[in-house]
Design a protein around this ligand. Structure first.
Ligand code: SF4
Ligand code: SF4
Length: 428
């Protein structure tokens, strides 16, 4: 039996007020099929459930800043009044002295002045899904009629900018944009003037259930090596000119690991289990990626949310991330930052035949090895209370020295190898 001693001091919860219902029909979306879990449902969180959720969730948090996160499906389909009520109810039920951070992940197509002025007034952080320039975005992000969505998304972004709302670009990396890292990144940085970017690998299981089953992926999925090359190319551009002005989530996570700080994302943590998902009915699941019967914890109107979060089942879900780590991962040189990645992607075999290696392993490994030298430099700058952005000057000096170095000279990077065996051979 779980006790409140088993409850983490905080946990994260993605609430889905419209369940899986969305006005778009993105072809790689892992969530649209979840509609089948609730046949006959209206897919709208009731006002009673909204208050019950917020009351239980907010009272369970023992940290000064609490995040209330909305996701879908497409949450804006609930209409603005639902979110106005959510802000009022959250103020009513929040612990004394706690501050609230509201966030929403949206496809942006429904945004207008009214939405964006509300977001600004309540300091919402908006995660906006854009997969790169329109020709790449529109390959998979289409509406129910198969029509492209980019023009509507970009109009939404204009409203967000007009009202000065904080925006985080959520870019999935897949077969259609995976070979164009610089083009995608420069589009976000130069055309959209994005400051915060998250890259999310599309690893879409090829099955009929929509659950995390089977060991084949669709041809929309990004390749593992392709993903590693994508991240490495973006990193090379970023580290030479954008450190301190553009924030890319996986680069921040890597730097934290090189500094020895705890990871801010479950995917790169040793264990997980504190990022749950709440359906419109009050059904609580272990994780947004495991909204499926095996990971159903209970309904918050039948059992207190805190008991479900602290339950043996949920603790096992989180601990399994560590306990099922392959020997190959345990012995890996970049385990300290990777931790085997998300269990949802652990369905391939290690070179010696052990099951449960992450499909993205080859990409993660290549990327984390690629960034090792600059990460060490930035970590050392941070330890000396200097800005990591100073690395841009260091890199510029290195590039100048590299251009002068002959193949038989010691490599200017200080590796101790000859230039021809180091940077002149294309090493990072
Ligand atoms: S299963 Fe993956 S996404 Fe879900 S909590 Fe664990 S690491 Fe995070
Ligand atoms: S890079 Fe691969 S082997 Fe290393 S920890 Fe990550 S998934 Fe495991």
């Amino acid at each position: 039996m779980a006790t409140t001693r088993d409850l983490p001091s905080s946990f994260h919860l993605l609430a889905k007020p419209t369940g899986a219902v969305c006005n778009l029909n993105c072809q790689y979306c892992f969530f649209l099929t979840k509609e089948q879990l609730y046949p006959g449902s209206k897919f709208r969180m009731t006002d009673e459930m909204l208050e019950e959720y917020l009351r239980q969730y907010l009272q369970a948090q023992r940290i000064p800043e609490i995040t209330i996160a909305w996701q879908g499906g497409e949450p804006t389909l609930m209409g603005l009044d639902f979110f106005r009520r959510s802000v009022e109810l959250a103020e009513k039920h929040k612990p004394a002295r706690a501050t609230l951070q509201h966030t929403m992940q949206t496809n942006g197509t429904k945004l207008n002045d009214e939405w964006c002025s509300f977001f600004k007034e309540h300091n919402y952080l908006i995660g906006l899904s854009i997969d790169g320039p329109p020709d790449m975005h529109d390959v998979y992000r289409v509406d129910k009629g198969g029509r492209p969505s980019s023009a509507r998304v970009l109009r939404g972004l204009e409203y967000l900018k007009k009202h000065d709302v904080d925006v985080n670009i959520l870019c999935t990396v897949h077969a259609a944009n995976g070979d164009h890292p610089r083009e995608v990144y420069r589009y976000f940085r130069d055309d959209l003037e994005a400051q915060f970017i998250q890259f999310i690998a599309i690893v879409e299981r090829d099955n009929e259930t929509g659950f995390q089953e089977g060991d084949t992926v669709t041809d929309r999925s990004v390749g593992a090596e392709q993903y590693g090359q994508f991240l490495s190319s973006v990193f090379d551009e970023w580290v030479r000119r954008d450190v301190g002005s553009v924030f890319v989530q996986i680069f921040d996570i890597a730097l934290a690991a090189w500094v020895g700080a705890p990871p801010a994302l479950c995917v790169f943590s040793p264990t997980c289990g504190t990022a749950l998902a709440l359906e419109h009915t009050g059904d609580l699941y272990s994780c947004d990626h495991f909204v499926e019967p095996d990971c159903f914890l209970g309904n918050i109107t039948e059992a207190p949310m805190v008991e479900l979060v602290a339950s043996e089942k949920q603790r096992k879900f989180g601990q399994d991330k560590l306990d099922t780590l392959t020997r190959y991962c345990q012995e890996c040189s970049v385990r300290f930052v990777c931790h085997g990645g998300c269990p949802k992607n652990r369905f391939i075999e290690t070179p010696d035949g052990e099951t449960g290696l992450n499909y993205l392993c080859a990409g993660y490994k290549a990327f984390f090895i690629h960034v090792d030298r600059p990460m060490r430099i930035m970590a050392s700058l941070l330890r000396k209370n200097q800005a990591p952005a100073e690395i841009m000057e260091i890199e510029a000096r290195l590039q100048a020295a590299l251009s002068r170095a002959r193949p038989s000279d010691p490599c200017p990077c200080g590796s101790g190898r000859l230039s021809k065996d180091c940077h002149a051979s294309g090493a990072p």
